[in-house]
Write a protein that binds this ligand. Structure first.
Ligand SMILES: Cc1ncc(COP(=O)(O)O)c(C=O)c1O
Length: 429
């Protein structure tokens, strides 16, 4: 509950509005979960579980061995013995939990180490860790639109701050901004379009603005022209926030693709990362200028009212960050070569892919029922293929999002491609 909601909670309950759709003949409210749940069952939507390790290229589910294209921890580092040893050693040394929220209980040495490592990599002054990337995003938008005053000397009011979003921003960002009235404190610009951002910022001259966009977009793998976007932000004195959940540790080095775009990202005021993807754990962090991040410790309710990543996760995150940037950066180079090979195989077969050759390889398969039927057809043949439906993808554009795993074998790839060939005419692929 936000403070605003708590204040509202003291107000009298408004008279009930007429709600014919949600009332039964007896007048009792109807919830319709039975009908919706039945629809989900018919659609085959449910949460599967793995008997053994999850998020690996081969999983056992419901007694079947499946080739798994669903995991987003695409380097499969979480099953590497040295990574696991780091986790278990840290669990014994620092325990399984911090025992409270960041600001009340504090954090452990591994959290400090993880945050320092991230600052080193991204060239920023201070970092804060969160239980997930989504919480980091929600907390950031909340903090940057919040106010706080415990004394006359310690006060800040950000309730006039305006946000400008790329239209394809992740659900967590849009959700966080829901309470900001669109057209007053929330605006958007056309996806990856610096010229349109400039037009929007021109109209917002004189206001305190935070421009929010992603580096690599999940569904179509498009990469933001971050240099140009940050140029526009700087020209208009706006702060910038980049959600780098997808590209973290993959892109940024000079010799890798999108180096120019990433050079722009390093100039952004704030950068958010998720530990779920290249790092292969769970958690999120934000880095930024020292005092802004220090302020955020108290302004950001996602670190005041909830837990942080557990100590062994923090220790392992720091270990993996060093592994991928210093000890074995070739893990990424080899992975990118493998993704390029996979993509080329699909192109050679004549499939229409997302235009940007980033780590996301996706195929738009049309309306949601078609997407679901494709998923089921692959499943029957022993392949878990992620097909994203609205709201994770655009309405009527169910999308196969294929994040190749570094440990997928040639056999896995060949098997997938031969099924694609087989299903081509059946599903219009
Ligand atoms: C662009 C983007 N931002 C944020 C998130 C949320 O991150 P997390 O899964 O760590 O909560 C995701 C997750 O997939 C994402 O793709």
């Amino acid at each position: 509950m936000t403070l605003d909601a708590r204040e509202q909670a003291a107000a009298p309950i408004p008279a009930a509005e007429k709600a014919e759709e949600t009332a039964s003949s007896s007048g009792a409210p109807q919830w319709h979960f039975d009908q919706f749940a039945e629809g989900l069952r018919q659609f085959g939507i449910g949460v599967p579980f793995s008997e053994g390790m999850s998020g690996v290229p081969e999983v056992t589910m419901q007694g079947r061995q499946l080739v798994n294209f669903a995991p987003v921890n695409f380097l499969n580092l979480h099953s590497r013995p040295d990574v696991m040893d780091t986790f278990t050693d840290a669990a014994r040394r620092y325990g399984l939990a911090t025992g409270g929220a960041r600001i009340s209980q504090g954090v452990t040495r591994p959290h400090i180490d993880m945050e320092a490592e991230l600052c080193r990599i991204l060239g920023k002054e201070r970092a804060i860790g969160y239980a997930t990337g989504m919480l980091a995003n929600i907390g950031f938008i909340h903090a940057m639109s919040n106010k706080q005053a415990w004394s006359d000397d310690m006060r800040i009011d950000l309730t006039d701050v305006v946000f400008v979003f790329d239209r394809d921003n992740h659900w967590s960002l849009w959700k966080a901004a829901e309470k900001l009235e669109y057209g007053r404190r929330l605006f958007s610009f056309k996806h990856n379009n610096p010229e349109h951002l400039e037009q929007v910022l021109q109209r917002l001259r004189g206001k305190r603005v935070v421009v929010v966009f992603e580096s690599v977009y999940s569904i179509d793998g498009s990469v933001a022209p971050m240099h140009d976007l940050v140029d526009v932000c700087e020209k208009y004195g706006a702060l910038s926030f980049v959600d780098d959940a997808n590209g973290f540790l993959v892109y940024g080095a000079q010799h890798r693709p999108f180096a120019k775009e990433y050079a722009g990202m390093y100039r952004a005021t704030f950068i958010m990362i998720s530990l779920k993807k290249s790092v292969g754990l769970e958690g999120g962090l934000i880095v930024g200028p020292r005092d802004a991040m220090y302020s955020m410790e108290a302004l950001n309710m996602a670190s005041v009212f909830t837990a942080q990543v557990q100590p062994p996760t923090a220790a392992t995150a720091a270990y993996v960050m060093r592994l991928l940037t210093q000890q074995e950066p070739e893990i990424i180079d080899n992975y990118l070569a493998r993704v390029a090979y996979f993509r080329q195989r699909l192109i050679d077969e004549g499939f229409e892919l997302n235009p940007t050759p980033s780590i996301m390889t996706s195929i738009d398969v049309g309306p949601e029922p078609v997407g679901n039927a494709i998923k089921e057809a692959f499943l029957e043949r022993g392949y878990r293929i992620p097909v994203y439906l609205f709201p994770a993808a655009r309405k009527n554009h169910a999308t196969m999002r294929l994040i190749l795993n570094a440990t997928h074998t040639d056999e896995h790839i060949d098997g997938f491609i031969s099924l694609m060939r087989e299903f081509r005419s059946k599903f219009g692929l």
